[in-house]
Write a new protein. Structure first.
Length: 289
């Protein structure tokens, strides 16, 4: 019942947030679709933030990362052709998979992502600002920026080139890596095993799911490069997304795992952080050098 109630509450919040975004967009005296969508996106984020504060659970924002891109993309579709349909498929495959993964792991509004509790305890006085800007608005901005190449593609792409296909394959492979790694982790936890999960992709990468998320947006950027000229700078979003994982997400997760599991130190020594590559043994490397 707690889980069902949580789903209904979050669904209601997101439907209302969508109408808030539409209302804000309708009132804006701006012609640029990019600016209108960005401002409406930020307005919806603030609305979700208000409810996450009211419910005392910042995880209300968690599905926003995968839901918002699919909604925003629709407004940039100017024509349906094989190219734009391919981009919509790539985004849908990624977004639906990630949303379903959130739904599978969601236990109810009584539970919150451990990272939010960490920041709340570390910055008690500044928590409202950290919550608004760090947990809500910053990810929204990153998501918007990684979507800019997709927006440009949906507005302008007319044909499917070899580069477009390459980018699509990168993104689909990335989402598949996320799917496989998440399933492997879910099975590991379901078995109740202790220690470190070194099954499947996790024996080659400490964060294969993060690697998939990073690769996904570089694939979208490559698709844009194969169809639209003159927007090389739009890859900045994919770079910022990479930096967010390297500077924030991975160090925070590694610190937690090192403090909770003794085996994790050896796992760090012998396993690559992102790229799924064969295990490396530092002793062998040192002997070879």
């Amino acid at each position: 019942m707690a889980r069902t109630k949580g789903y209904l509450v979050i669904l209601t919040v997101y439907v209302l947030a969508f109408f808030v975004a539409l209302g804000v967009a309708a009132l804006l005296p701006i012609e640029s679709l990019f600016a209108v969508v960005l401002i409406a996106d930020l307005a919806a984020t603030v609305f979700v933030y208000a409810f996450s504060t009211l419910l005392k659970n910042s995880s209300v924002y968690d599905p926003y990362w995968s839901v918002a891109p699919l909604v925003m993309a629709v407004f940039f579709v100017e024509r349906l052709n094989p190219a734009t349909l391919l981009m919509l498929f790539v985004l849908a495959f990624w977004g639906i998979r990630l949303t379903l993964n959130w739904a599978y792991t969601f236990k109810g509004l009584h539970e919150e992502d451990w990272r939010y509790g960490y920041f709340r305890s570390k910055f008690p006085k500044a928590w409202p600002l950290v919550n608004l800007f760090g947990i809500h608005l910053m990810p929204t901005m990153v998501v918007y920026m990684v979507m800019v190449p997709a927006f440009l593609f949906l507005q302008n792409a007319e044909t499917v080139s070899l580069v477009v296909v390459l980018g699509a394959l990168m993104s689909v492979a990335a989402a598949t890596i996320q799917l496989v790694s998440d399933v492997q982790m879910h099975r590991f936890k379901k078995r109740g095993e202790r220690g470190v999960n070194m099954n499947g992709l996790w024996q080659y990468s400490r964060h294969p799911n993060y690697f998939g998320e990073i690769l996904m947006w570089f694939g979208v950027y490559v698709m844009m490069l194969g169809a639209v000229e003159g927007y090389v700078y739009s890859g900045l979003g994919a770079v910022l997304n990479l930096l967010m994982f390297l500077v924030v997400s991975i160090p925070l997760m590694e610190k937690r795992m090192l403090s909770r599991k003794e085996e994790y130190a050896d796992y760090v020594k012998n396993t690559n952080p992102l790229l799924p590559l064969p295990k490396r043994n530092r002793r062998e490397q040192e002997a070879g050098s």
